[in-house]
Write a protein that binds this ligand. Structure first.
Ligand SMILES: C[S@@+](CC[C@H](N)C(=O)[O-])C[C@H]1O[C@@H](n2cnc3c(N)ncnc32)[C@H](O)[C@@H]1O
Length: 257
C-alpha cells in the first residue's frame, strides 16, 4: 500500500491521546537526550521567534515559550492540536497554533523566524523537501534549523532487534536502506499506540536536500545515553547501543529559489 501524508495525519489523529499520555510529560528520551541538545543549540531564546514545525501536543512549544521565546506552532493533526490548546488553557503562554502541513505554510511571512525546530517530525512528513524549502523561506539569513529525526540509518523499512530465545537483544537488524518511501512503524504494545507511517529517505537524501535549500550543516549529533541511565533506567541501556535519533544543526545561508 502506498501511504500518503493524509494517511500519516490520520494515524496521528488516532494516536494523539496515547502519544500525549506516553510522551507529553517526563519521557527520559526527551529529558535526557533531546531537550538538552535543543536548549544548548538554541542558547538564549528570550524574544527569539521560533517555529515549532509539527508541534504535536505542544510539548516543546510550551517549553520554548516558558523560556521567553515567541513561539509559532504548526501541526497537521487536529487531535494533536486540540491537546496542545487544552494544555495551554490553564496556563496561557501565547503560543500561536496553526493547523497545516509544514510543506506549505503560505500564511507565514518570509524571513519571519530566527529558528525552526522539527522535533521528530520529518520522518512522518511525506514532502520533506517541500518542508525544507519552506523553512529556508521563513528563516532570516543566519537563522538556525534544528532537525531532529529518527535515525535514518537504523530506522529503515525493515528494522528491529533480533533477540535470543530468552528475549535478550542480540543485534539490530537493518535492511532496505535504499528503499525510499512509506513504511509502517510499530510501537511498543504497552504504549497503546497503533503503527504510524514513516517516509524513509537516506541520510544523503536529507543532507543534500538541506544543502540545495540553502542550509549549511554546522553539527551532526547522535545523542548517547547519559551515565545516569545505568542506575535510573538500566533496561534502556541495552536498546541505546544504537542511536535512535539524529540531530542536524543547520544554518540558513541563502534562500531557496
Ligand atoms: C512523533 S510526533 C512529534 C510531535 C512533537 N514534535 C513532539 O516533540 O512532541 C510527530 C508529529 O508530526 C506531525 N506531522 C507529521 N507530518 C506533518 C506535516 N506534514 N505537517 C505538520 N505536522 C506533521 C504529526 O501529526 C505528529 O504530531
Amino acid at each position: 500500500m502506498r501511504y500518503t501524508q493524509n494517511d500519516s495525519t490520520e494515524r496521528w489523529n488516532c494516536n494523539a491521546d496515547a502519544w500525549h499520555r506516553n510522551f507529553g510529560g517526563e519521557d527520559p528520551n526527551r529529558r535526557d537526550l533531546l531537550d538538552p541538545i535543543i536548549f544548548e543549540t538554541l542558547g538564549d531564546i528570550g524574544g527569539k521567534r521560533i517555529l515549532d514545525a509539527g508541534c504535536g501536543d505542544g510539548y516543546l512549544s510550551r517549553k520554548l515559550a516558558k523560556r521567553g521565546a515567541v513561539v509559532t506552532a504548526v501541526e497537521c493533526s487536529h487531535r494533536m492540536l486540540a491537546l496542545a490548546l487544552a494544555e495551554e488553557q490553564p496556563d496561557p503562554l501565547s503560543v500561536t497554533y496553526h493547523n497545516g502541513d509544514i510543506a506549505s505554510l503560505p500564511f507565514l511571512a518570509d524571513r519571519s523566524f530566527d529558528a525552526v525546530v522539527t522535533n521528530n517530525v520529518i520522518q512522518d512528513a511525506a514532502d520533506f523537501e517541500g518542508a525544507f524549502r519552506e523553512f529556508s523561506r521563513l528563516l532570516q539569513p543566519g537563522g538556525i534549523y534544528l532537525h531532529i529525526v529518527n535515525h535514518p540509518c537504523f530506522s529503515t523499512p525493515v528494522f528491529g532487534w533480533v533477540k535470543d530465545g530468552e528475549g535478550k537483544k542480540l543485534y539490530r537488524k537493518v535492511d532496505r536502506y535504499f528503499e525510499r518511501g512509506p513504511f509502517l512503524v510499530p510501537w511498543s504494545p504497552k504504549s497503546g499506540m497503533e503503527p504510524t507511517i514513516a517516509f524513509h529517505r537516506t541520510l544523503g537524501d536529507t543532507v543534500n536536500s538541506l544543502i540545495s535549500c540553502g542550509f549549511r550543516l554546522l553539527q551532526l549529533v547522535e545523542p548517547e545515553p547519559p551515565e545516569s541511565w545505568s542506575i535510573l533506567y538500566p533496561e534502556r541501556l541495552d536498546g541505546a547501543r544504537i542511536p535512535d535519533f539524529l540531530v542536524l544543526v543547520c544554518k540558513k545561508e541563502k534562500t531557496y529559489v
